[in-house]
Design a binder for this molecule. Structure first.
Ligand SMILES: *Cc1c(COP(=O)(O)O)cnc(C)c1O
Length: 415
């Protein structure tokens, strides 16, 4: 059942309580490979469920629009101080509700409607909020997109530079949702400087790896860094924007009063807890283990004939093009889910299929590494993935999966 236990909820609203327990059980039994997900600690869970949710605190510490901020100011200042310490930045705003509004704040801070943004194309691994057409950022701003090489699966920095010189965007995003390789922050910074653009490093996926020293940091290269707090960073659902001193004021004004009302103080407290955990030596061990596991899983998948975009991975994420296995991404993801292995179907670069029925699947090792799985288990995992994708008995695999996972404790659950 869920841990911490929820006795009051069970009495007050058994229907909701039952769903919470069922989801905890599901998360315990499955191998969770969705690259943007993780398991937060019990301490983070507890912080999110506190009376801090009762408080309104529009504004920033010492400059609020409501009274009674004696405690909330300290909570937010603690989260800010820890963000600055963990990432080595001059300024941090911990109020964005999530990654998408955090990115929108960067537009509001540095662009007028209709001005130009450059980001990685969504089907190449970028994010909706980097100027993709269906997003407000693509509708209200003019956008240009860079791609990855058809043969390499990697961003070609010469192409990015040529596009930037031709299009002169005012804002450039680097980072994305399906990038298995190291992001070259210095190269992006040089291009942004050459064309006079503000560089935003969106580190939503890799923030935990950066905090743990398992991916190079954008600090000193990108003046603005946006991130979610709930992916590899292993905090509550939320976001932060980190900047140098020169860009601090514009970002703060954009978040509030530009876009948002009152910050979610229970989330801010949980972000502070997660950042406290990320400052520990054990988190660096975790971040490196995430990368080692991804490398081991990638190697084992390649041995089994899987075609990995870019040929492998440098981080927590693997993108598989299933064309050679003669199955599309969606039926493969569904077969894997039946086999107890949870991931998402995903577009691969230059996908011949449609976005809602693409050729690939995306995997990440952040959650399974939190559970304690290691390199040995990654080989087993590759075998299960191979069997499930080939259409072998899903129920049998699901049984083997839940037997394995029963040996690995999960924060948030006791059996
Ligand atoms: C997840 C993600 C976001 C958006 O975060 P939400 O919290 O889902 O709004 C933005 N950018 C990147 C690169 C992401 O991976």
């Amino acid at each position: 059942m869920h841990e911490p236990n929820i006795p009051t909820l069970t009495t007050a609203d058994p229907q909701v309580a039952e769903l919470v327990h069922a989801e905890a059980q599901r998360q315990f039994e499955k191998i969770r490979l969705i690259a943007s997900e993780n398991y937060v600690s019990t301490a983070v869970l507890e912080a999110t469920g506190t009376v801090l949710t009762n408080k309104y605190s529009e504004g920033y510490a010492g400059r609020r629009y409501y009274e009674g901020q004696q405690v909330i100011d300290q909570v937010e200042q603690l989260a800010v101080a820890r963000a600055k310490q963990v990432f080595g930045v001059e300024h941090a705003n911990v109020q964005p509700y999530s990654g998408s509004p955090a990115n929108l704040a960067a537009y509001l801070a540095f662009l007028e409607p209709g001005e130009k943004v450059m980001g990685m194309a969504l089907p190449m691994g970028g994010h909706l909020t980097h100027g993709w057409s269906v997003s407000a950022t693509g509708k209200w701003f003019s956008s240009v997109r860079y791609t990855v090489g058809k043969d390499t699966g990697r961003v070609d920095m010469d192409e990015v530079r040529d596009l930037a010189l031709a299009e002169r965007p005012k804002l450039i995003f680097c980072g994305g949702t399906a990038i298995p390789r190291t992001i070259d922050f210095p190269a992006f910074a040089a291009i942004a400087e050459e064309v006079g653009a503000v560089l935003v490093a969106d580190i939503a996926h890799i923030a935990g790896l950066i905090a743990g020293g398992a991916h190079p940091s954008p600090v000193g290269h990108a003046p603005v860094i946006t991130t979610t707090t709930h992916k590899t960073l292993r905090g509550p659902r939320g976001a932060m924007i980190m900047t140098d001193a020169a860009h601090a004021k514009a970002i703060d004004k954009a978040v509030f009063p530009g876009l948002q009302g009152g910050p979610h103080n229970h989330t801010t407290a949980a972000i502070a807890v997660a950042l406290g955990e990320a400052a520990q030596p054990s988190f660096s061990t975790y971040a490196h283990a995430v990368v080692e596991n991804a490398a081991a899983l990638a190697e084992a998948l390649v041995e089994r004939g899987f075609d990995l975009v870019s040929g492998g991975t440098d981080n927590h994420l693997i993108l598989i093009d299933l064309t050679s296995k003669e199955i599309a991404g969606k039926p493969a993801a569904q077969a894997l889910d039946r086999a107890g292995i949870e991931l998402n179907y995903n577009t691969v670069p230059y996908d011949a299929r449609k976005p809602f029925d693409p050729s690939g699947i995306r995997l990440g090792t952040a959650a399974v590494t939190t559970r304690g799985l290691g390199v040995e288990e990654m080989r087993l995992l590759a075998e299960w993935i191979d069997r499930a994708v080939a259409g072998e008995d899903a129920e049998k695999i699901a049984m083997e999966v839940s037997e394995l996972m029963a040996g690995y404790p999960m924060p948030g659950f006791v059996s």
